[in-house]
Ligand binder design. Structure first.
Ligand code: AMP
Length: 403
């Protein structure tokens, strides 16, 4: 069975086509600058050079049509006809309290995703456009929605409630939801497999450290607490997001700088974090390079970034009353031995004994970076959100057809 995975943004659409008989990626690519004059479609078939096509793609329905044309193209395609696509899985950022797991898309599900627009105004509307664009092109193909928030729906109220008037939760569902759930779920399963222990017995802290960054306490296979909140702004310091700060900073800054709420919101989401402190970049590679060249601001940014991860690890170890493994994943977590070393420096009290040599090794496979006999393991486990979306979609389709 072929499953097409779609991640639809407001002006972009990424795709991967999986053959679920062996979970291999047949083709992948993205359409960028949708709605603009020169839209770009980049398409890659495994082991062949990338194809790039510049044209005017005015909307998502046309973008999906272009993708389907490419997948069935005589020279660059991998399918004889679009009938060979049996299901489509969509990444959907916010599932609110309505979705604790992935679901097949029905009219009711679409209505619920629409109802959640307020909670994820930048993401959910774009996902809905993607869902409708697929419907327009492949009206008879079943679609599934896989939510970034779903995995965290197991958090207890003591983890997800904010200590503000209850009426705000009751009326507006203001609470912590958490994100990166698809990644955390995928990585936790692989970590347990690597450790050769049942996930249901493990206390893990998954550090998804990419451009967006979060830590999640995974207690016996379920999310117990996570650092991102009602939106992805809370928690760790990130590429351009501030992470945790005293909420009183917001009114104070508005007064002092005569800013609007929108301007402060944009400052905290787009002009803070690594970018603001280093004054150089939101890209960890560039920050580390500048630090190695002696830039003091870059050093401060790097140290703050690592320190905050370490603080979350400490607090989640306390929250779970123990810890079997810290798991690093995503762009920075998988690739930066310097960041991992800095975080682990302060974790000796938890029994982390980092192996410098193992930490430096690069590989696309799950691996341990602690010494044999380290009381707490530290693992690096590559994430693959698209594969989990494909797997969930495939499972739902099979369940649906056998029901
Ligand atoms: P992601 O959001 O998971 O795609 O991660 C993107 C982030 O990973 C960017 O900030 C990159 O700078 C970072 N990254 C990728 N490779 C490295 C590396 N070798 N060292 C440090 N950061 C890296």
């Amino acid at each position: 069975m072929n499953v097409l995975v779609i991640n639809s943004g407001s002006s972009s659409l990424k795709y991967q086509l999986y053959d679920m008989t062996d979970e291999s990626v047949q083709a992948k690519g993205k359409v960028e600058r949708i709605g603009m004059e020169s839209s770009i479609l980049s398409h890659e078939v495994t082991d062949r050079p990338e194809v790039r096509e510049v044209s005017e793609i005015l909307d998502h329905t046309t973008a999906v049509k272009k993708v389907l044309d490419m997948l069935t193209h005589k020279r660059f395609g991998v399918l004889r006809s679009i009938e060979e696509i049996q299901a489509v899985g969509h990444r959907v950022v916010h599932g609110g309290e309505s979705f604790g797991e992935s679901v097949l898309i029905t009219p009711d599900v679409k209505q619920e995703i629409r109802r959640l627009f307020d909670l994820a105004p930048l993401h959910n509307p774009a996902h809905m456009i993607g869902i409708q664009a697929v419907e327009a092109n492949l009206p008879d193909v079943p679609q599934a929605a896989v939510f970034d928030t779903a995995f965290h729906q197991t958090m207890p109220p003591s983890s997800y409630m904010y200590a503000i008037p209850m009426v705000l939760y009751r009326k507006h569902k203001i609470r912590k939801y958490g994100f990166h759930g698809t990644s955390v779920q995928y990585v936790s399963r692989n970590a347990a497999e690597f450790l050769k222990r049942p996930l249901e017995e493990l206390k893990l802290i998954v550090c998804h450290i990419g451009n967006g960054a979060s830590c999640t306490a995974v207690l016996y296979g379920k999310s117990f607490d996570t650092s991102m909140g009602m939106t992805p702004l809370e928690g760790l310091m990130m590429g351009t997001r501030s992470g945790d700060l005293d909420p009183a900073v917001v009114p104070y800054t508005i007064n002092k700088e005569e800013l609007t709420l929108n301007e402060v919101n944009s400052m905290l989401n787009k002009h803070s974090g690594l970018l603001a402190i280093s004054g150089i970049s939101s890209d960890m590679r560039e920050v580390i390079q500048a630090m190695e060249e002696g830039n003091e601001q870059a050093r401060l940014a790097f140290e703050m970034y690592a320190y905050r991860i370490r603080k979350y690890i400490g607090s989640y170890a306390a929250a779970m009353d123990g810890l079997d493994a810290v798991v690093f994943t995503a762009g920075v977590g998988e690739n930066s031995d310097a960041l991992r070393r800095k975080v682990c420096e302060g974790l000796t009290f938890l029994g982390v004994d980092l192996d410098e040599e193992k930490n430096r090794i690069r590989s696309g496979e799950p691996r341990s970076i602690t010494k044999d006999g380290s009381r707490t393991a530290v693992l690096v486990v590559p994430t693959n959100e698209e594969l989990l979306i494909a797997r969930d979609t495939y499972r739902l389709i099979r369940q649906g057809s056998s029901a």
